[in-house]
Design a protein around this ligand. Structure first.
Ligand SMILES: Cc1cc2nc3c(=O)[nH]c(=O)nc-3n(C[C@H](O)[C@H](O)[C@H](O)COP(=O)(O)OP(=O)(O)OC[C@H]3O[C@@H](n4cnc5c(N)ncnc54)[C@H](O)[C@@H]3O)c2cc1C
Length: 467
């Protein structure tokens, strides 16, 4: 028999959004499970060092993170770490790896975060070439740098903290190639000034990075068996290279062209998407009843926004679950029914100030909009891959093979999947989906999703089938 846990609210993802959602739901009186595939809560930004995995409030994390971690330990939230949700046969039912293999919940919060957006260029599959998020995870989690001489390339504010972290960990940062130009930043300057904390953060990191090559993209990485050199070039406004190539001797290359929301679980549940992210209303409800979303899965906007959205989604999910318990819903203004002090079975504890929370969310989401306008990848990046450049690295499918299949009539993602095998490997298209879709006229198209969403041990599958 599979071990099962039944709760009011299941939160998938233990980053800032998920921790905040779990705590808000618990404060509202719900029983809560928080599920995350990493060894301890924290997510991407607050990834713990390996020797701090068991700590209640890891000393190396910033104060906001330590406070959330400690609150989680002191709360009634059932934390399931090292557990991957690999399928959701129906809303409210999650299948996971680990001692608890099934969680049933009256409401679900998807706080599944984001991952580095892959960009294909000649040499991107060479050992030593990785995403900046991957390099940062190594540095933060294991204290390991990807190489001694590192070149970083991409667009947006994530380049700088990673460059600073790698330099602080002993790597020599030989160049930082940033696709935008300073005049792009000047254009949004007046709107940026409404977010002084973010600007201060940027200035702090900028001071740690000696030189940025503005208006440059990485055009190729080369080496015999592993990366030995990286070439950057000037780029036009659409980020296509325009010449002026320079080559650097390196043993590691990191790319940071923004993040893609993790939406595979949302798609499995049938949630509508808006662009790359999960569509939601002002209170973080998705198109599927009882399913809420928070943080980067709902659009990439940073940790502060993730925390606020988590609180909103967690409280709303608790209210939905309580509604199921007594047949009454949470009133639209978010206040408890008259006479409610503490939560009792079927009631939701009042939120102290939902209007303030909603207003803060709207303000922070505005900043995310500015970042998207500046840094969302531009079409010139698609010109970097050559016919022999691999797009699907799980199944070794090249751009040329995809183009030949399209020319031969495979003009949908499903047809391309069948004809070329792209998207059929362990990552289930998380890496190549946008790269392959860009070869089709009808972008944004998607592969059909199917369980298991992540690689899982075969015995898990067998036990689930037998149950
Ligand atoms: C690689 C990377 C590095 C980043 N580093 C920084 C940084 O240094 N500074 C910064 O300001 N911002 C950083 N960001 C942006 C950062 O994601 C957000 O600011 C913040 O962490 C978002 O919080 P979140 O809770 O929405 O998502 P995350 O912090 O990404 O948390 C999502 C969690 O969901 C879990 N998860 C996802 N799917 C499943 C599943 N199926 N089963 C179980 N668990 C699952 C993941 O393990 C993860 O822990 C980074 C983003 C990425 C992708």
């Amino acid at each position: 028999m599979m071990e099962e846990l039944q709760v009011d609210v299941a939160v998938v993802g233990g980053g800032p959004a998920g921790m905040s959602a779990a705590l808000a739901a618990a404060r509202a009186g719900a029983s809560v499970a928080l599920i995350d595939e990493y060894a301890a809560p924290g997510g991407q930004i607050w990834r713990r060092r390996f020797d701090e995995v068991g700590a209640d409030a890891p000393p190396s994390l910033p104060r906001a993170a330590r406070e959330l971690c400690a609150a989680l330990v002191a709360s009634s939230v059932h934390v399931l770490s090292g557990a991957t949700v690999w399928a959701s046969p129906a809303p409210g039912e999650l299948l996971l790896t680990g001692p608890v293999e099934r969680v049933r919940a009256a409401a679900t919060v998807l706080a599944t975060g984001a991952y580095d957006r892959p960009i294909a260029f000649p040499g991107w599959t060479l050992p030593g070439v990785m995403t900046a998020g991957g390099a940062q995870a190594l540095a933060k989690g294991q204290g390991v740098v990807p190489g001694r001489r590192v070149l970083l390339a991409g667009a947006g504010p994530f380049l700088l903290p990673v460059a600073a972290q790698l330099a602080a960990s002993g790597a020599e940062v030989v160049a930082v190639a940033e696709a935008t130009r300073r005049r792009d930043w000047a254009r949004v300057g007046p709107r940026m000034s409404a977010h002084p904390d973010r600007l201060r953060e940027y200035v702090r990191y900028r001071g740690k990075v000696r030189r940025i090559e503005w208006g440059h993209v990485l055009v190729r990485a080369e080496g015999n068996g592993r990366v030995e050199s990286a070439t950057i070039a000037r780029c036009g406004p659409d980020w296509a290279p325009t010449g002026g190539e320079r080559t650097f001797a390196v043993d590691a290359v990191c790319t940071a062209y923004g993040f893609l929301p993790s939406v595979d679980l949302a798609r499995a549940l049938g949630c509508e998407l808006r662009g790359d992210a999960v569509a939601h209303d002002d209170d973080m409800a998705t198109s599927v009843r009882g399913v809420y979303v928070a943080g980067e899965a709902s659009g990439v906007g940073g940790a502060d926004l993730a925390v606020v959205e988590g609180e909103l989604a967690g409280w709303m999910a608790a209210a939905h679950a309580r509604k199921g318990a007594n047949g009454n819903g949470a009133p639209a203004n978010g206040q408890a029914r008259p006479g409610n002090g503490a939560a009792t079975r079927g009631d939701v504890a009042p939120h102290p100030d939902l209007p303030r929370l909603r207003a803060r969310r709207a303000k922070l989401a505005g900043f995310a909009g500015i970042l998207g306008e500046l840094f969302d990848p531009r079409p010139g990046l698609l010109t970097l891959a050559r016919p022999d450049t691999i797009l699907c690295r799980c199944e070794d499918v090249t751009k040329g093979a995809v183009d030949a299949a399209v020319a031969g009539g495979a003009t949908t993602m499903s047809a391309l999947k069948v004809v070329t095998r792209c998207g059929q490997g362990p990552c289930q298209g998380r890496t190549c989906e946008r790269l392959v879709a860009a070869r089709l006229p009808e972008e944004p198209a998607r592969f059909s999703g199917r369980a298991p969403m992540r690689p899982i041990p075969l015995d898990v599958l067998i036990r689930t089938a037998a149950d």
